[in-house]
Design a protein around this ligand. Sequence first.
Ligand code: SAM
Ligand code: SF4
Length: 474
Amino acid sequence: MTAMESMEYSRNAFDFIDDQQLNSKLREPAPEAGEVRRIIAKSMDKQPLDLDETAVLLRVQDPDLLQEIFAGAKELKRQVYGNRIVLFAPLYIGSECVNDCQYCAFRRGNPEAVRRTLASEDIAAQVKSLEDKGHKRLILVFGEHPRYDAEFIAESVREVYKVKSGHGEIRRVNINAAPLNTEGFRKVKEAGIGTYQIFQETYHHPTYAEMHPQGTRKSDYLYRLDGLNRAMEAGCDDVGIGALFGLYDWRFEVLGLVAHALNLQNNYGGGPHTISFPRLRPASGVKLEEHWRVSDEEFLRLIAILRLAVPYTGLICTARETPEMRRRAMEFGVSQIDAGSRIELGGYTESGDAQIMEREQFSLGDIRGLDTVIRELLEDGYVPSFCTACYRLGRTGEHFMEFAIPGFIKRYCDPNALTTLTEYLVDYASAETRRAGEKVLADQLAEMEESEQKKQLRERLRQIQESDRRDLYF
Ligand code: SAM
Ligand code: SF4
């Protein structure tokens, strides 16, 4: 099928974003210290915040209270996620696009964009290159075009899973693409996708209309807002939401994201698996006003507030940000990052270290290689993880069970982080990274209580180190 899918809605389709209501919550006076502390304490008790409570945190101006928000987010992150950081890489499949999003180099009105769609042999070459560096988790990214229908996306996913290189394989493929209809989501689910991400870009209706010209598919705000409802109804119960920060007031967008998360939770009993909050980056052929530019300090604030508002939702910070910002973002709540990313079409094999603006959607702030990123994580005391166990064992959707089931993280996430880190150290790491990794491995093992499972874990680590056995997960 090459025609665009029909644009039908889910059974829960409803525009739950009321601009006036959200803005009025943000215009109330700065809150009292006691109220702010009560809300932080609620988050520390690992309870999600409602819109009013989130708005209170967004209205804080007092520097001491802001510090308390940061301290709370840091502690909550430590308690809920420990020191694991999940790593992935983006793979751009096609830059054709029928939309005209004012912020994006792929928009149809940009004559400078070099259009390209990877053929299956190009996908194979890109994936091989990613596997040879040690990647196990990818996100495939698509423009919106009749060529990129559900069948095409599903086929791309299958192509990726087919590629094996040495001990390398991709074990989880996520998607960032235009919203599909329910039937389309069913097709991509069958191909074995992990998370399906759709960013609303901006939750503010007038800004949405300004950024997405009438007559384009993306101009339908509700169809996009409803996209992940349809995904849920089609059985894709692992979804990611996001907003593009810099188009409108960042505080409003945080409320939009929290409202969206609550809506999914109320309709389907499970909120989004992840939230993304890309900041607008320079892009070829794009000239936007900087009126709503989000400063570094505001960016960290929004991450800390999101961490407190949705304690159990993964937060993703991409290589749009600089290494230094990413490091700080991880401190206050981010649990997943991409590494060694190239976003030019074919960039993993063709473009060396330079970024070629006309061939990419926007420019990146962090183009360090995977090994360097992993080494820095290890030196900062993090445990880089390539774990994909839950999705492959059908433990999806209720990702909150990671947190709801006592001991889940200790039983599954921590050991799986160590087995996948060991695979990386044995198969791909530089000597320096291996040294840093072995130290972290030894420290982590020393901290684990003796148990039958720890014995099993030691045995698995030994097998990875001394044999060809891989992919040994709990
Ligand atoms: N075409 C699909 C869509 O629009 O949903 C896939 C998404 S697009 C290829 C990935 C995301 O990149 C967009 O949803 C947008 O949030 C983000 N993006 C676009 N232009 C950007 C820019 N100049 N700076 C930072 N992020 C940008
Ligand atoms: Fe196309 Fe997506 Fe870029 Fe919009 S953001 S122009 S839909 S690729």
